[in-house]
Design a protein around this ligand. Structure first.
Ligand code: AMP
Ligand code: MG
Length: 251
């Protein structure tokens, strides 16, 4: 996994708020890599104790966060209609709260990606100054990547790297197995909404992100997709071989 420079990530100079000239100067000199974070939490088709193949996204939520202040600025959600297993299992509805009529009225994934991108533009988020934040690596590394691959869809480049919030969380609170709800509570926040509702999960992840920022925890890219191999070099123009036999057979 590739880690980008932490030096350019959000890192308050003076988390304890002690001030002082040196820390003020540090604040002025620091160059931030991101203006916004966009917190994503996909929900997908699922079955109890079994794998659904291919798994498809059914809820596409996002929360935009100011990378300087931690303020939650805007939210987005669309339901997505699964093509391969269009009927949700009872287990899936029970887990996520997503109803059959919500996915029946949903858009396809290509449209969801385009709507999300347009929402970012309207919200004023510059795509090259944006980092995707998720709880875990599954959303960008596994789910979106595999579905875009098997549906042959292009996705915006900002989904190709992300901040797995577990990593800065563990830097602050120590390693351990905990789900998002447990992490939110461990950070001293109240869980708000329904666990496994994508938008509620994304909102709570965004609140946890803001809390980590407030505590001065460094937030930087933790994972990325493998870079595609560089294009093959152009083939050399074929040399015309002018072959002259050097030693003819002599009687
Ligand atoms: P989450 O973000 O934790 O709500 O989960 C994302 C997706 O992972 C869900 O929409 C399901 O597709 C799958 N998932 C989560 N928990 C389970 C579970 N206990 N059993 C089966 N699939 C699950
Ligand atoms: Mg979720």
């Amino acid at each position: 996994m590739r880690r980008l420079s932490a030096a350019t990530a959000f890192r308050p100079a003076d988390p304890a708020g002690r001030g002082g000239l040196a820390s003020q100067q540090q604040k002025i000199l620091r160059v931030r890599e991101f203006d916004h974070f966009v917190v994503i939490d996909f929900e997908a088709t699922c079955e109890r104790d079994a794998r659904i193949y291919p798994q498809e996204i059914i809820e596409f939520p996002a929360v935009l966060v100011d990378a300087t202040t931690g303020a939650l600025l805007s939210s987005f959600r669309t339901y997505v209609k699964p093509r391969h297993h269009p009927r949700l299992t009872a287990f899936c509805t029970e887990l996520t709260g997503i109803q059959q009529d919500q996915v029946d009225g949903g858009v396809d994934l290509a449209t969801a990606l385009a709507m999300h991108d347009a929402w970012l533009s309207v919200a004023g988020a510059a795509k090259n100054r944006l980092a995707v934040v998720t709880w875990g690596d599954w959303d960008c590394k596994t789910m979106l990547e595999s579905e875009c691959n098997f549906k042959n869809l292009e996705k915006p480049r900002y989904f190709d790297q992300w901040v797995n919030l577990r990593i800065p969380f563990e830097a602050a609170f120590g390693a351990g197995r905990r789900n998002l709800q447990e992490a939110v509570r461990e950070a001293g926040l109240q869980w708000d909404g329904r666990l496994h509702c994508g938008l509620d999960d994304a909102r709570n992840t965004a609140r946890l992100l803001a809390e980590l920022m407030r505590r001065g925890v460094s937030i930087s890219i933790t994972g990325s997709l493998p870079q595609p191999p560089p294009p093959l070099p152009e083939p050399e123009p074929e040399l015309e071989l002018q072959f002259q036999p050097q030693c003819a057979y002599q009687r």
